[in-house]
Design a protein around this ligand. Structure first.
Ligand SMILES: *[C@@H]1O[C@H](CO)[C@@H](O)[C@H](O)[C@H]1NC(C)=O
Length: 335
């Protein structure tokens, strides 16, 4: 029975974790990020949906968003789904057997078009639970679509996706007395971040894909409730500029938004509206030119790429298009 396999898996992972812990006491070293591949379509194009901040057992319109994702996913013939984190509220998963995994994921995103690979990063709420469980391969046996890792690289032929574990960057979580975080595998923190940034730089500098898309949970730039993440502006953004990243995609703020800034061609895209939204905050420090679009309700985003064109579309919980943005690669990268 499935539950049997589960028990032995989680025991095996405990032993694995114990071994890792012992070795890390001697030399702190972090595994190289996993490199994955996903083929583009036969004509070379690629499309995916992006949703974030979603796992609430269908409540707060999560099911409505899921239903519309299924319809748009079919229309666009999507290749995969990206999740920008905060996958399971309020406190991540309690372990490999947490029913929230099926109640908030498997039983919600049921449409045929969504039976594709999901690529997920962790959010700060996921870090309040058992992170080792959420990134454990045993979850893929419960639902084969699931793939969540801390930081990883996805080569999708015309596009490289660089998934970054942003929660450990944020100072506040390390002084937050109201919640506990599962920092196993992230300490010593400085060594973890140094190694992550070094690996990301290696990956970005070696990338030959036409489009470079970096995905993290926290926003670099956002006009929403949480706003900009200072640590990412300081540590991550200079690298994204240096290696001509086209888009930075995140969740965390429970809204949909698109920011452009005049100092680089990077598009900042927030898709964090997979369930609870409507916070009502709009940070006014963004100029109208920069803040191209902001929606405080539920919805999701699609990304459509060909060798020369990129298209971004935001949808609400009824599947209605709220905002579209298109770019040509030549124009876009001419700095
Ligand atoms: C669900 O979506 C509708 C339409 O956007 C909205 O009016 C309503 O407030 C949402 N419900 C919740 C709980 O967010």
């Amino acid at each position: 029975m499935a539950s049997h396999g589960f028990y032995s898996k989680s025991q095996a992972s405990c032993i694995g974790v114990a071994l890792l812990f012992c070795t890390s006491l001697v030399i702190p070293s972090f595994a190289e990020p996993e490199r994955l591949e996903h083929p583009a379509k036969g004509d070379g194009s690629l499309s995916c949906l992006v949703v974030g901040d979603w796992g609430r057992r269908g409540f707060y319109n999560q099911s409505h968003v899921a239903f519309q994702m299924g319809k748009i996913g079919e229309k666009l013939d999507i290749d995969f789904v990206v999740s920008t984190g905060d996958n399971f509220y309020d406190n991540g998963l309690t372990g490999l057997n947490d029913q929230a995994f099926e109640e908030s994921f498997t039983k919600i995103y049921t449409a045929t078009s969504l039976q594709k690979q999901w690529y997920s990063v962790l959010g700060n709420h996921d870090y309040r639970g058992d992170v080792e469980a959420q990134v454990h391969p045993a979850l893929r046996m419960v639902d084969s679509r699931w793939l969540c890792l801390r930081s990883f690289i996805l080569n999708a032929e015309i596009a490289g996706f660089f998934f970054v574990d942003t929660t450990p960057f944020v100072n506040d979580y390390f002084t937050d007395m109201d919640h506990t975080y599962d920092w196993r595998g992230v300490t010593p923190r400085k060594a973890y971040l140094d190694s992550l940034l070094k690996d990301l730089e290696t990956a970005l500098s070696g990338s030959t894909e036409r489009w470079k898309i970096v995905v993290g949970h926290h926003a670099i730039k956002s006009a929403g409730y949480h706003g900009d993440t200072k640590e990412l502006n300081d540590l991550l953004l200079p690298m994204l500029k240096a290696y001509n990243v086209d888009m930075y995609v995140n969740g965390h703020d429970h809204c949909l938004e698109h920011i452009s800034s005049l100092d680089s061609p990077i598009q900042y895209l927030t898709s964090g509206a997979g369930s609870k939204a409507w916070r009502g905050d709009l940070n006014q420090h963004y100029e109208e030119d920069d803040l191209r679009f902001f929606y405080d309700g539920q919805g999701f985003m699609s990304v459509q790429l060909t060798k020369n064109d990129a298209g971004i579309t935001f949808y609400n919980a009824f599947g209605k298009i709220l905002h579209e943005w298109k770019a040509l690669k030549e124009l876009h990268s001419a700095v």
